[in-house]
Design a protein around this ligand. Structure first.
Ligand SMILES: [Zn+2]
Length: 95
């Protein structure tokens, strides 16, 4: 089955506090552009690791959260580089 979400998301820009990249991500309600809101990595109670990636629609304000699988070593690198959370404000990105 592999790591869910990893074909869709490139999470590695987050390690440098840049927005993650997704293919053809548009709002399912109104079709407008969605922008990066925040990402947070965590360890689950069963010992697996996940990164929640939140995006927000620039038009209707819908927020979606993706629960992307990451490895233990990716988790540790991400926490070391960012403290475990990257927000839109951290990225200096424009909408
Ligand atoms: Zn929308």
């Amino acid at each position: 089955m592999g790591f869910v979400g990893r074909k869709f998301w490139n999470v590695f820009p987050l390690f440098e506090k840049k927005p993650p990249k997704a293919d053809n991500l548009s709002c399912p309600v109104c079709g407008s552009k969605m922008y990066f809101k925040h990402a947070h990595a965590f360890k689950r109670s069963d010992g697996e690791y996940r990164m929640d990636i939140a995006v927000k629609c620039s038009n209707c304000a819908l927020v979606l959260v993706f629960g992307v699988h990451i490895t233990e070593s990716e988790y540790k690198k991400f926490v070391e580089a960012t403290g475990g959370t990257v927000t839109y404000a951290d990225t200096n990105a424009t909408v």
